[in-house]
Design a protein around this ligand. Structure first.
Ligand SMILES: Cc1cc2nc3c(=O)[nH]c(=O)nc-3n(C[C@H](O)[C@H](O)[C@H](O)COP(=O)(O)OP(=O)(O)OC[C@H]3O[C@@H](n4cnc5c(N)ncnc54)[C@H](O)[C@@H]3O)c2cc1C
Length: 510
């Protein structure tokens, strides 16, 4: 576990009100005997300068403002909220929600006693609805900046030296801002597929996939991870013939429990998506009208060509530090481009920290958010807390897939002895009432102590239900603890309780 509750370094601020140059910097050699010429004015000198206004950066900025720090946040996009709000979590969930509604009206309302006339997609309006949600949320963050006295600098920041950031302003011109402490939160970008040039029209990343102007007839998704499956689902529901090519033998990435992945694949197949597992894309050609993709078995074998109107490259994301001027301060990244940090998010330059996608750990918005709060607490109080063993993952397909903790294949390979219990939604009264019974809840607990080790759900509202699992793991609950906790009837969460009962003893309703 990556938990540290003990202050490690001596000179650290205890209270925000005690902010001063000496409290926030390790013995500060940078100021000694230096001329101020060329630096920003005294008024611009901050306790904390944050580079990147994504989830990591903006949450840290608000927390720092709340803690009484003089803080500036530099963002080059022209809008706050980063990948998550602008081109990630939020727009993709808007399209997932609305394309699901459309799909449901088309295929799933008649037997509920709801008959509708002609159903059509107005893609422009669907995109508009997405843009409205995004704009509302990004403006909301701007409001929170004002409320918490965060200075928002619109531009691209680069290190001039260890305390000075040069900013190329969006509206033209340049400025510098000096910080006693600096937080790097520059996030990540889509990993390109070698040999295929991204044009965000025919060969797209998720950024193109949330902004297409028409429904492609055929779409190939390279990569069967969460982003590929979510975006593949959207366009499949809207009428595309979607084929997902995945190098591994299962969808969802290695974190997804193999049994859950198998079940989810079956469900998505029924919805119309096609899968080619254990298959690698060797090259592609986008010169013609469409795109041709060459594939073969992951272990090598006969070549197969796939034609598509649009190819979505969803093979992962990589940390983004381009143009940040790391070379000016001697900061290096590891072989995967991640900034190297210690347990308090400090780089080897003690007053420069890094959080979010640009450093280690799962690339998830809520992970970035936890780190943001902890990093500011380390700065202001000397201690912070993130439990990396209790960060949930959610895939917002229908049904949703969600998990926290370890999966069965991980426990097996670690040689951990465990108990397993599961409960299908087909035996849950609320799911039956809602005619939404696909999937199950699966719980894994330590064979000896019964402490819950992992929870894996495929089913309706799994993304909300997993919060109970996160809390259980955070508090070290046993499956018996959950089994003996009353859950309201009739709710989907009763399936969660029954899975715990099945782990600890026996389920009642199955
Ligand atoms: C399609 C998609 C769907 C996703 N869905 C989910 C989801 O459902 N749930 C979830 O938890 N996560 C999801 N994610 C992942 C999530 O978006 C990221 O984990 C999260 O945004 C990381 O936050 P961050 O602040 O570290 O980085 P980012 O959000 O990438 O923010 C970094 C910001 O820094 C800015 N920046 C970079 N360099 C500079 C510079 N030199 N100067 C000034 N500004 C700079 C960038 O413009 C950017 O706005 C999704 C991602 C994608 C692509």
């Amino acid at each position: 576990m990556f938990r540290s509750l003990v202050p490690r370094a001596a000179p650290r601020a205890i209270r925000p009100s005690a902010v001063s140059r000496s409290t926030f910097c390790a013995p500060n050699i940078y100021f000694q005997g230096r001329s101020r010429r060329g630096y920003a004015s005294e008024a611009e000198e901050k306790d904390l300068v944050i580079i990147g206004g994504g989830v990591a950066g903006y949450v840290a900025a608000i927390k720092a403002g709340q803690s009484g720090l003089k803080v500036a946040c530099i963002e080059k996009r022209g809008a706050l909220g980063g990948t998550c709000l602008n081109v990630g979590c939020i727009p993709s969930k808007s399209l997932l929600n609305n394309s699901h509604l459309y799909h449901q009206i088309l295929h799933d309302t008649k037997h509920r006693g709801i008959e509708v006339g002609e159903v059509k997609v107005n893609l422009q309006a669907m995109m508009q609805a997405k843009d409205t949600s995004v704009a509302g949320l990004t403006k909301g963050v701007e409001f929170l900046f004002k409320k918490n006295n965060v200075e928002y600098i619109k531009g691209t920041g680069a290190f001039q030296d260890e305390h000075t950031i040069a900013v190329n302003l969006i509206d033209g011109g340049e400025t510098t801002v000096r910080g006693k402490n600096i937080l790097i939160a520059t996030g990540s970008e889509a990993t390109p597929f070698p040999g295929l040039t991204i044009d965000e029209k025919k060969v797209i990343t998720s950024t193109g996939a949330i902004a297409m102007q028409e429904v492609p007839k055929k779409m190939v998704v390279i990569g069967g991870g969460i982003i590929g499956l979510e975006m593949g689902s959207v366009w499949s529901r809207l009428g595309s013939e979607v084929t997902v090519v995945e190098f591994l033998g299962q969808i969802g990435g290695p974190g997804m429990d193999a049994e859950v992945a198998k079940q989810t694949q079956k469900i998505l197949q029924k919805q119309g998506m096609k899968f080619k597992l254990n298959t690698k894309v060797t090259k592609g050609d986008a010169e013609g009208e469409g795109v041709t993709i060459n594939t073969e078995a992951a272990k090598g074998g006969k070549e197969e060509l796939l034609d598509a109107d649009v190819v979505l490259c969803a093979i992962g994301r990589r940390p983004y530090t381009n143009g940040l001027g790391l070379e000016n301060i001697g900061l290096e990244t590891d072989d995967r481009g991640r900034l190297i940090i210690d347990q308090e998010y400090r780089t080897k330059i003690q007053h420069i920290r890094a959080i979010g996608d640009v450093t280690f750990g799962p690339m998830l918005a809520h992970k970035a958010e936890e780190e943001a709060v902890a990093a500011i607490e380390y700065l202001t109080k000397g201690y912070g807390h993130v439990n990396y063993g209790a960060i949930p993952s959610v895939m917002y397909t229908h049904p949703e897939v969600a998990w926290v903790g370890q999966n069965e294949q991980e426990l097996k390979s670690a040689g951990v002895k465990y108990k397993v219990g599961s409960f299908p939604f087909s035996a849950n009264s609320r799911a039956k009432t809602n005619l939404d019974t696909l999937g199950f809840v699966k719980m894994l607990s330590d064979a000896e102590t019964d402490r819950i080790l992992g929870i894996h759900i495929v089913g309706p509202n799994a993304g909300e239900m997993i919060a109970e699992g996160v809390l259980a793991i955070e508090y070290g609950a046993s499956s018996e603890d959950v089994a003996r906790t009353s859950h309201a009837h009739p709710t989907l969460s009763e399936a969660f309780k029954e899975a715990a009962m099945a782990t600890y003893d026996k389920a009642i309703h199955y």
